[in-house]
Design a protein around this ligand. Structure first.
Ligand code: AMP
Ligand code: MG
Length: 325
């Protein structure tokens, strides 16, 4: 029984007697591309290796998420964060004041491969934090790299703040499930962007505006608040080239995102030659960017089935094509 274990739910599956063995098992599962149910001080997360697009796609699949939102990368310490993101003086001041803790900093990505395109929804920025829960920090330190971990609930359901609730939501999808007791904070992290101009509050959370302003001065208002920008479109990578969905074939000058068997060719990017939706999800943002880099007159995209992860893929493509504001 672990040091933090206090509310292990019934049917929680086998648990490891020794806490250190649990931590190592979680780190190994992450390295192997598996999902880990992870306690943090905010809510329970479903974690995956942030650098592994297939593992990240598996998170979206497990949550049944109809959209690909950028995810928060969790790391063990400030040094690891500064290796992955460009943390300027203001970001470092915030990090030193609130980490480990429930503050997420959005900053330019430095080491793009460490947090894959799917985890960043194709953006050139990354959301990063050092969580305060000792068990998740121990797993992050043992694993070494960033772990993306959105709340462990299935899409549309409340965030779990106890092990039993978390296990009941997505425990069956996790290779390792860690019981860290009830979450102390129980509220999502505050998200603040430290890019050009004054820091901007993107999501209110456990760290208050007043606490932030006491450290870095007045915050700017988020320019894309939900009322003015439904769907928070600005949080997603938008290709320069116009996107045409449900295309049977590319037209002259177009790049083509194929799905299923399709001959190789210039400007052809096959999301999944075998028609596998998880593979297509893992490739989606990288291939959109790669297609865009060929400076085509447009990007044609094959029809993607709507079931499972196809719902989120199609949502993203409809946005890219301008059908959803
Ligand atoms: P969750 O992991 O479900 O707690 O949600 C992550 C939050 O961070 C969402 O509100 C995202 O929109 C936000 N987020 C993640 N990455 C970025 C980014 N690169 N830029 C702006 N917001 C981000
Ligand atoms: Mg959530």
């Amino acid at each position: 029984m672990g040091v933090y274990g206090s509310d292990r739910g019934e049917g929680a599956g086998e648990f490891l007697a020794d806490r250190q063995a649990e931590i190592e098992a979680a780190a190994r599962a992450l390295a192997a591309g598996g999902l880990v149910l992870l306690p943090t001080e905010t809510v329970y997360g479903l974690g995956a290796d942030a650098s592994n697009p297939t593992a990240v796609a598996a998170i979206f699949e497990a949550k049944g998420r109809p959209r690909f939102n950028p995810l928060i990368a969790h790391v063990a310490d400030v040094e690891t964060a500064a290796r992955i993101a460009v943390l300027d003086d203001r970001a470092m001041t915030l990090a030193k004041a609130f980490w480990p803790g429930p503050l997420t900093i959005v900053a330019p990505i430095r080491e793009a491969a460490a947090v894959c395109d799917l985890a960043r929804a194709g953006l050139d920025t990354v959301a990063i934090r050092v969580p305060g829960h000792p068990l998740s920090r121990a797993v992050l330190a043992a694993f070494g790299g960033p772990v993306v971990a959105p709340s462990a609930n299935r899409s549309g359901r409340p965030s779990p703040t106890t092990f039993a609730d978390a296990f009941g939501e997505t425990g069956d999808k996790a290779a390792v499930a860690l019981d860290g007791g009830p979450c102390e904070v129980g509220l999502e992290s505050t998200v603040v962007a430290v890019l050009d101009g004054p820091p901007r509050l993107l999501r209110p959370g456990a760290v208050t505006r007043a606490q932030l302003e006491a450290v870095v001065g007045p915050l700017a208002e988020a320019e894309n608040d939900a009322r003015r920008s439904p769907g928070r479109l600005a949080l997603h990578y938008a290709p320069d080239a116009p996107v045409r969905i449900d295309a049977a074939a590319p037209e002259a000058g177009e790049a083509f995102l194929a799905f299923g068997p399709w001959p190789d060719g210039e400007r052809v990017f096959n999301l999944s030659p075998t028609g596998d939706l998880a593979e297509a999800a893992a490739n989606l943002f990288s291939f959109l960017r790669a297609a865009d880099r060929t400076k085509p007159v447009g990007i044609a995209v094959a029809t993607i089935p709507g079931e499972g992860l196809g719902e989120a893929i199609n949502d993203r493509l409809r946005r890219a094509a301008g059908y959803v504001g």
